[in-house]
Design a protein around this ligand. Structure first.
Ligand SMILES: C[S@@+](CC[C@H](N)C(=O)[O-])C[C@H]1O[C@@H](n2cnc3c(N)ncnc32)[C@H](O)[C@@H]1O
Length: 212
């Protein structure tokens, strides 16, 4: 969803979109039909570019959903590099496993469980961490993730503009609590002294932090 762009711009971007293969389009269609949130495709393209520039040995994703972004990232990694991805929903894990198998990739390590329990046991560091689970948990997951990031490693966080609600007083009732959490998180993220941090207006707002 593009909550922060004008309609004409959305139309233009979608018309000029790089063609995608059948698997990616199938995943996008399933996510739409089953109402499963996946990363906006522009943000996914940004992450792919970041992987190509950074050439990470190890990537961590918090919140796999149906493995849409895991697959897009894994395709851009070198053959002996790996993405660990954590998911707690049994339903999503089942779908993700099928898509990973269909992709034919063997560099995606799907870790089943709650990120709060999994992260402290991971035992290695990462060049890119992508945080994309529940917004209410961002502060705690961010603090855990910072310890896992190599120097010059990159942390990427989705939804920091939260459909534009962080920048308006007219927030619908059902988004008030989550908007409060995102705004609190943004303050903490932008003032974190161990990172060079910024929020980019891509997709639903991408936080990008580079470890000093
Ligand atoms: C926005 S979706 C992730 C989308 C995915 N990163 C993508 O781009 O395709 C968020 C996912 O995080 C999972 N999740 C939420 N809290 C979690 C937690 N504490 N540990 C692991 N997964 C969690 C949800 O079940 C959901 O599937």
């Amino acid at each position: 969803m593009f909550g922060i762009l004008k309609k004409n711009t959305i139309k233009y971007l979608s018309k000029t979109r790089i063609p995608q293969d059948e698997l990616i389009l199938k995943m996008e269609e399933l996510a739409r039909r089953k109402n499963i949130p996946i990363l906006n495709y522009k943000a996914a393209e940004f992450l792919e570019q970041l992987v190509l520039i950074k050439k990470p040995k190890k990537v961590l994703e918090i919140g796999t959903a149906i493995a849409y972004t895991s697959i897009r990232i894994a395709r851009k990694l070198s053959s002996d590099d790996i993405i660990d991805t954590i998911e707690l929903s049994k339903d999503n894990i089942k779908i993700a496993k099928n898509f990973i198998q269909e992709s034919g990739l063997n560099n995606i390590n799907l870790i089943e469980g709650n990120a709060f329990n999994v992260i402290p046991k991971l035992g290695h560091k990462y060049d890119i961490v992508f945080m994309d689970a529940d917004k209410e948990d961002y502060i705690e997951q961010f603090n855990l993730s910072l310890n896992l990031l190599n120097t010059e490693g990159v942390i990427v966080i989705d939804n920091l503009l939260w459909y534009g609600f962080v920048a308006t007083k007219k927030v619908p009732e059902m988004y008030r609590n989550s908007t409060k959490h995102v705004k609190e998180f943004n303050k903490l993220f932008l003032s974190e002294t161990s990172l060079y941090s910024t929020i980019l207006p891509i997709g639903d707002g991408i936080g990008l932090g580079i470890k000093k």
